[in-house]
Ligand binder design. Sequence first.
Ligand code: PLP
Ligand code: ZN
Length: 407
Amino acid sequence: MPHVSGLRCRECDREYPVEPLNVCDFCFGPLEVVYDYASIGNSISRESIANGPLTMWRYHDLLPVNSEYVLDMGTGFTPLVRAKNLGRALGLDNLYIKNDSVNPTFSFKDRVVSVATAKALEFEFDVLACASTGNLAGAVAAHGAKAGMKTMVFFPADLEKGKIIGAGIYGADLVAVDGTYDQVNRLCSELADNHHWAFVNINMRPYYAEGSKTLGYEVAEQLGWRAPDNCVVPAASGSMFTKIWKAFNEMADLGLIDRPKTGMHVAQAEGCSPIVEAYDQGTPHVRPVVPDTIAKSLAIGNPADGFYALQTVAASSGSAVIAPEDEVVEGIQMLAETEGIFTETAGGVVVSGLRRLVKKGLIKRDELTVAYVTGNGLKTQEVVEDLISPIETTPDYEAFQTAIAAR
Ligand SMILES: *Cc1c(COP(=O)(O)O)cnc(C)c1O
Ligand SMILES: [Zn+2]
């Protein structure tokens, strides 16, 4: 791993070796990977990236993983779709959807888990585990299967069926916890302290989180090596949101794109919006909430990266927006009916949030805007089930005419 020199505390700058650690012993601040950008600069170019695999691993130089442990399941380099129809409906001339619902386990979580799994193999863990709001469970279970590891996924017991089945099918041990995600996370933190298990989003978190940067790199490359004017991104812990901004800035530092002038807009559902509430109140400190939302994949009441997400909003002159609970399904339906993309609740939050940002004048018609669709609608079918009713008929010409007339 020639380009990584260690870990560093985001709060007190103390340095740590490359180990399965996530918090600073001195101040409890989160640890982040430290890169040697001078050496990355010597080996990376637009050309070298373009010649790489058509997956997230084309950005391997900017990820903290040794080549021999890379587990390329085909994650990433997902479509950036020009969304003319949705744009017209919302009043935008230059809208794109980053469709990350088409990854191997149908959410962006494959990106972070790909990096964390490679790290877990390198650190010689036998068990891959996670505390999940839903999509992470499937990603961990699939990567664990491919890596030949034992997998153990913990999630709130009220999770959507598609997400439980979408993890169990890979042979993972499923642990349904009678509690909120934040309680699941607390249990898992205790387990991580006492077992030699790689919890991808706990003891492996500094490496895991870096995987989200590829969502920024890809969009800049797909736009012809430029950062967009706006990004609209859903937040649970807030990590992905901060890493997309980090990605654009790293690319600028390396001379791959111009300095980003992107407005970074973070979207949360009304029933779990601690980051947006702090933004609205003008405080940098996120007050934890007890989630009560249809968007279960975003239901983190005490977001680990909330403080840094607010810093990203400020540094990028972005904003934070709430999607009302009753507009989440509207957003899902709107994206499906205009662009043919079926997203889960997190995508509904983004589309509904984007609509509000345009109405408020925070995103303007001509600006190049990217909306991040991070998960697949087939996993949250229960939220749209009631909208769907087939015309019923016997296999008979007359009966069909009658049935369609009745509709
Ligand atoms: C986990 C998840 C997010 C949020 O990720 P964070 O980095 O924790 O903010 C967004 N969308 C989907 C579909 C997710 O599963
Ligand atoms: Zn520290």
